[in-house]
Structures are given as structure tokens and as C-alpha cells.
Design a protein around this ligand. Structure first.
Ligand SMILES: [Zn+2]
Ligand SMILES: [Zn+2]
Length: 374
């Protein structure tokens, strides 16, 4: 009976389960030369050079240059690579290096690259998603918002699995992919990720969407084509009434007129440019970041002048100008502060998603495979 039950559960998991590991390069760029890895929970097998060692909670191994492994007083060997594989349902470990400690879920690979240690965390997708949501969304937010962010981070991860294929892993832990510092330590994030397990966002062609987001749109999001090159069916400008009183809704910056004009016209002949035409270009506060003068689009101005957004107007004041701006970020896709406000007001993650992304659907990734094959 017990055997049949296990078989049934196994079949159900294979039908509806969505657990899947992703290989994430962690602690990259920290230049770690030696570390101690401590097993925090579960049993691990350490395989190297054809030998297998079993490690349990509390065990520590020391890894130094040349991939020398020391375990207690009696085990020491040189490995070509190290695989730590968890044998229980819940496994996690901690890496101690350079006076810092980092906890991670699931499995770990260690190898040498350019004279330093490289770490790849082979981690369950939802464990990874929870870690990313903690790093990218922040703390003390409503559950519905965490659910939304979990679905977006999962969609991003699955859409970008081959981003680092040539380097032997799926995703890096930096802004280039998604920020991932360590195992998620926020209960609400873990819960929200688990309750949306398997859910992803697709467009009308059943393609995983580009889940771009920014901090605050200032009251109007941008069309994809106005910030980047291509129009995208679900990245359309919308009026946002939810983010107007949030932290990054407004900004102000004062600079000298000459500084403003020079930076505006970087690498361009500025003689023909009148100050008034510059001011009037920025006066219109509708959000069109591609608007340009001397073929310098506002997106370029934003980086030249280090501004929070391309959504601003200019007022001359003596030798200076004051820039009055709205929002923070590129303005495409989800406005995070608006989404948080919606969640606080009682909107569901589905409402929020459909407000910021035009004509998208939430589906289970398994169902997606089924529809695509048929
Ligand atoms: Zn990356
Ligand atoms: Zn907004």
C-alpha cells in the first residue's frame, strides 16, 4: 500500500510538479581564494576523484588554492572539481570566506578559474526565485506583491536559461541576470513563491514575456520602442495613478546652465543650440524618452546628467537651471512602487500584472509545454 502511495505521489508530482534546478554562478567577482563550507541542514555527498564522502549538519570542509580539500584532521586531498550534492528534501549550506558568510540552498559545485575559486549553486527553481525576490523587491511588502514578483522572476529565469550556456551555468547572480545574494530568509517571500510555484507570464503567442520593471514611473509608463528599439505588444505606455505619492515619485536637481547645456550636447556641436529650445524640449511632460534635439535622445541625456528618469521639466533661475522630475528608472513594464501600492489597496497579483503588462496571461509552465507541443 505504502509503495503504491509513493508511486501515485510520484506520478502526481511529475504531472503537476514544476521543480527544476537552475545552475547559478554565485559569489562571482569576489575573488575568493579559500573558504570553509559548513553543512547547515540535510546530508550531503561530496564526490571527487571517484571517491564519495558523506557530510552531515555541522560538518565543515576547508577549500584552499589548487582545490585542496581538508575535512577534520584525517581527510585531505587535491580535487579537480568538487560536487556537493544534497541527499534530503531540505538541504542548505553556508560558505564562509573573507570574514563573510553566505547561506545557499541545495547543491554546490566548486572549481578553480584564473587562480580563484568559482562557485555554481545548482538550486531548485523556487529556492532561487525566493532568493531573487528578497534581493530585488525588498522587505515588509504585501504578500500579493511578493507573489507578483515571484512570477516575474520565475518567468525571467526560464526565458534566460541559456544566457551563460557557454560558461557552463544558466544565470549569474548580478544585475546582468537577476540579483541573488543568498538563500531567502524572509518567510513571506518563501510562502508567496511556493503558492505561485510553476506560474509564468506569457504573451498571446504563448512566449514567456520580457518581465522588465523599474522603481517608479512617475505617473506614466513608457512604450518599449520609446526607450529601446523594438515595439513589444505587452510593453505599452499606461497612466499610473498608484505611484504618485511613493518614495521615488518626484525628484529635483539644480545645476549651472552651462553644465546643463554642455552635458546635454556631449560630443555634439552646441553652437547652434539655443538654451530656450532645450528648455522647451523638456517642458512637455508627457513621457516620450526618444524625443531629441541635436539627435541626442532624452535617454542619453538621462545617463549624461545622471538623472533618475527622462521625465522632467526645466526652469531657469539666474545662472542655474532647476530640473523637476518624476519617477525613477526607465519606465518600461511594471512600476514597482505602483504595484506595491495596488497590493496594499487590496488588488490581487493578477490585477497588478494585467495593469502594467498589456494583454498577457498567467499559465503553469507545465501547461505551457503541453500547449506548445500540441
Ligand atoms: Zn548574467
Ligand atoms: Zn508608476
Amino acid at each position: 500500500m505504502k509503495g503504491r502511495l509513493i508511486l501515485l505521489v510520484g506520478m502526481l508530482l511529475s504531472l503537476f510538479g514544476v521543480s527544476r534546478n537552475v545552475a547559478v554562478s554565485i559569489l562571482g567577482g569576489k575573488g575568493i581564494h579559500s573558504c570553509v563550507i559548513e553543512i547547515k541542514r540535510g546530508t550531503y555527498s561530496l564526490s571527487s576523484n571517484g571517491k564519495v564522502y558523506v557530510l552531515v549538519g555541522g560538518d565543515q570542509i576547508k577549500i584552499t588554492k589548487g582545490l585542496k580539500v581538508e575535512w577534520g584532521d584525517s581527510v585531505a586531498f587535491n580535487a579537480s572539481n568538487i560536487n556537493l550534492i544534497g541527499g534530503d528534501y531540505v538541504n542548505h549550506f553556508e560558505i564562509h570566506a573573507d570574514n563573510h558568510s553566505y547561506k545557499f540552498d541545495d547543491d554546490l559545485r566548486v572549481f578553480m578559474l584564473d587562480n580563484r575559486l568559482e562557485f555554481i549553486n545548482d538550486v531548485d527553481l523556487d529556492h532561487y526565485v525566493a532568493g531573487v525576490v528578497e534581493a530585488e523587491a525588498g522587505y515588509n511588502l504585501p504578500l500579493e506583491y511578493y507573489k507578483l514578483q515571484a512570477i516575474l522572476c520565475r518567468t525571467y529565469a526560464l526565458k534566460n536559461l541559456s544566457r551563460h550556456q557557454h560558461e557552463g551555468f544558466n544565470l549569474c547572480d548580478k544585475v546582468h541576470c537577476q540579483v541573488y545574494h543568498h538563500k531567502c530568509g524572509v518567510n513571506d517571500v518563501v510562502k508567496s513563491t511556493a503558492s505561485t510555484s510553476g506560474l509564468v507570464v506569457v504573451d498571446h503567442d504563448l512566449e514567456l514575456i520580457n518581465t522588465t520593471f523599474h522603481s517608479n514611473c512617475g505617473g506614466q509608463t513608457c512604450n518599449s520602442e520609446d526607450v529601446w528599439v523594438k515595439p513589444v505588444s505587452y510593453l505599452k505606455s499606461i497612466k499610473d495613478t498608484f505611484c504618485r505619492n511613493s518614495t521615488h515619485a518626484r525628484w529635483q536637481k539644480t545645476m549651472s546652465k552651462s553644465n546643463f547645456k554642455t552635458r546635454y550636447t556631449q560630443n555634439q556641436p552646441a553652437d547652434s543650440l539655443s538654451f530656450n529650445s532645450l528648455v522647451s524640449l523638456c517642458q512637455d511632460t508627457a513621457r516620450f524618452p526618444k524625443k531629441s534635439i541635436l539627435s541626442t535622445p532624452l535617454t542619453k541625456i538621462r545617463s549624461n546628467l545622471n538623472l533618475n528618469s527622462t521625465f522632467f521639466s526645466v526652469e531657469p533661475l539666474g545662472d542655474d537651471v532647476i530640473l523637476y522630475g518624476k519617477g525613477f528608472g526607465h519606465g518600461v513594464g511594471l512600476c514597482q512602487e505602483g504595484g506595491i501600492e495596488m497590493a496594499k489597496k487590496g488588488f490581487s497579483y493578477v490585477d497588478i500584472l494585467k495593469y502594467y503588462y498589456t494583454s498577457v496571461f498567467i499559465v503553469n509552465q507545465r501547461a505551457l509545454l503541453f500547449f506548445k507541443e500540441n
